[in-house]
Write a protein that binds this ligand. Structure first.
Ligand SMILES: Nc1ncnc2c1ncn2[C@@H]1O[C@H](COP(=O)(O)OP(=O)(O)OP(=O)(O)O)[C@@H](O)[C@H]1O
Length: 144
């Protein structure tokens, strides 16, 4: 799902991974939580439960040791995102917090894998609601 931002001009240009912490002055990738691949492997039971796939890659269900349920997005090889784009996305996502947005929890970049970690939404993604896979939300909107 793409985030729509009204003022993209306010954002700094994408920077190479190593330069992010300096260039964002405390609001870069270093503010995002970094997960170890072993944590992700444990949480997803080695990527056992696939819940969907999108332009970025494949999405898996997971549960952290503290009980929090997570959606783990694993970048696929044919995704156009490179390391630069991944760093920019992590940096951007870690600065956006809103009660109506799925919470971005962190990332993992290890052993050639680029992974984004979000809170798990039991009712599926917004796109599915809008495209009718889950009709209840639209129904409630019309009623209210
Ligand atoms: N946070 C989440 N909680 C539960 N399921 C999710 C979550 N994020 C994604 N999914 C599932 O994974 C599927 C793919 O989502 P994803 O956001 O990767 O693709 P997309 O909406 O096509 O966006 P994009 O093209 O930017 O990757 C969704 O349709 C949904 O079923």
């Amino acid at each position: 799902m793409k985030l729509q931002l009204s003022n993209l001009d306010d954002l700094p240009p994408p920077q190479p991974f190593q330069e992010l912490s300096a260039s964002f002055g405390g609001f870069g990738i270093e503010t995002a939580h970094r997960y170890w691949l072993s944590e992700i492997n444990d949480a997803t039971e080695n990527f056992a439960k696939k819940v969907g796939s999108g332009g970025y890659g494949t999405v898996y269900y997971g549960k952290l040791k503290n009980g929090k349920e997570i959606a783990v997005k694993v970048q696929t090889n044919d995704s156009c995102q490179g390391n630069k784009q991944f760093s920019s996305e992590v940096s951007l996502l870690s600065r956006i917090h809103h009660k109506n947005l799925v919470e971005f929890l962190g990332y993992c970049q290890q052993e050639g894998k680029s992974i984004l970690v979000y809170e798990f939404m039991h009712n599926g993604a917004l796109k599915e609601h809008l495209h009718g896979k889950h009709h209840s939300v639209m129904f409630h909107i019309y009623l209210s």
